[in-house]
Design a binder for this molecule. Sequence first.
Ligand code: NDP
Length: 603
Amino acid sequence: MPPVRFQAGDMVMGRWPGSNLYYEVKVLRYSVDTQLYTVIYKDGTELELKDADIKSLTGFRQGSGRSRSRSRSRSPARTRRSRSRSPARTSRRSSSHTTETRRDKLKDVLEVRLTPVPMSMVNNSNKEHEIKEENDMTEKAVQKVKEEPENQVSGRYNLRRRKDQGEERPFEAKGTVPVGFLAATQQTSKTTDLEFGGRIGVFFLLLLLPAVVLALLILCAQKDSSLLSFPHMLPPLDSLWDWQVFGITLLWLLFQAVLSLLPIGKVANGMPLKNGKTLKYRINGFYALLVSVVAIGAGVYNGLDLGYIHTHFLQFYTSALLVSFLLSIYLFVRSRSARDDERAPAGNSGYLLYDFFMGRELNPRIKDFDIKFFCEMRPGLIGWLVFNFAMLHSEMELQKLDAPSSAMLLVNAFQLFWVVDGLWHEEKLLTMMDIVHDGFGFMLAFGDLAWVPFTFTCQSYYLVSHPSDLSVFWIVAIILLYAIGYYVFRKANSEKFAFRKNPADPALSYLKTIPTATGKSLIASGLWGFVRHPNYLGDLLMALAWSLTCGFNHIIPYFYLIYLLILLVHREARDEHQCRKKYGVAWEQYCQAVPYRIFPRVY
Ligand code: NDP
């Protein structure tokens, strides 16, 4: 074991994870188990660093001073490289020649120091505002650094401002990673912060989740769907497994995989990875849906019996379950050869079951085929629509109806719209936690391939044996609720996506934002100023709307709503934890400005 070089309270230089930037940090503690130091940055961000990422103050000043002056005088290319660090910064920098000159004045300031920032909310009044601010602040920078008393330096800090001020960057070693990328770049060498109740929690989830879906499907199909009338015996084996159904499931996956590889649709860049690179994604989910609709339509026209899906629904589920287990095993085995920078921050604890569940590799790919991205939106989501349509057909057949019930029609329409909307905005998935943060393991594989298509269909599956005709009043009320939910969901997600893509977009200048230490800002007005997760609120309102179509006789059709509530409350807590780590003081300030998480005045 290496000797413990630093003690709690020592001021040292800590490397910002994923980059070569060093900041002055205070050591809080050292863990003998993980051999990591917990340090706190001046903006309040706490991180765990390896011994190799920490340098003593004195050694660092001497070393950095030398290397800095050498590299400055020798390498003009260095300036070019630093300009391209962040796409959002390029135009500002290149257009600002005077900034460059002023920046040179700062070259004598060798000590890494963070500059205090007024933590009040700032208006995101677009690029010009930022250029002006940069120039003004750069002018003041030298003066400020010289004048600042030491005790002020330890106040509230924000690296964003520092960056905007020009040269007040921390020291850099060879090669750079754009500052804006740092949020997504967390140390992945070893996961110490276990989620879902750790090893024991995921062990139970591994058993519980598949069983819950099975129980749900059994109850949905029963005439009496009350929880109390759950059968004491499992269904016979032949109603749980069928090789033909398994074959159809594999064919469906293959069909969707082929569609996803077609060279149709734009190619989008994912979020920057730990190594600073970005992956490319073919965005053609919407086309895949259209082709699937045509294929199913042609099949039905030629005598394809959709009722087969209803009568073999349990077998479809067990097939999907087996596929997700096999896929997770494959992912786990292949992740053994994944490089450190290809690993997910959350799935590398070293505990077999935990990592199997969470997923060790962030973006497993076979050549250009991204397995996680494919599974997230295609087979499960499009399959969900096919199942819904099959249930509509079965309801008419079994209940001897000339037309589907109004409830079945609404459920089909709402969920069709939800999926079409998701696939239309498929690119936005690239900024989601699932893609950016979560590894691809059992949790997502099972979620995408088994949970989504078999629990999200619980209303339509239930309605086949419990048809419900709604009054006009109810229909209007439910549609209205759905419309409000959709508006909140879509506007919140689109606004955040657009802001993350181009924070200087003049079309977003009306937003109030809070700058953070990573270079990104947090939106703190509009829907994002109403609650901290307005997109979750919108999603829940939509889920409530389509659950209400099933009436109030049983709780089973509300399963999706209850699950979504638990998922989003838990997801919110996970995200909150990550954002607190990422953004430190700025996140605290956001929480103060927007105190409610999902439900205004409630939670
Ligand atoms: P969010 O869209 O809430 O993403 C959270 C991230 O957004 C944070 O980590 C942070 O990342 C950024 N962020 C948070 N607050 C702000 C702010 N004020 N300003 C700017 N950026 C902010 O969550 P998800 O990706 O989890 O979900 C996206 C959608 O998917 C939601 O609408 C959700 O309802 C839906 N969903 C639905 C599920 C279902 O089963 N039906 C399952 C999961 C999700 P950073 O700052 O790094 O950009």
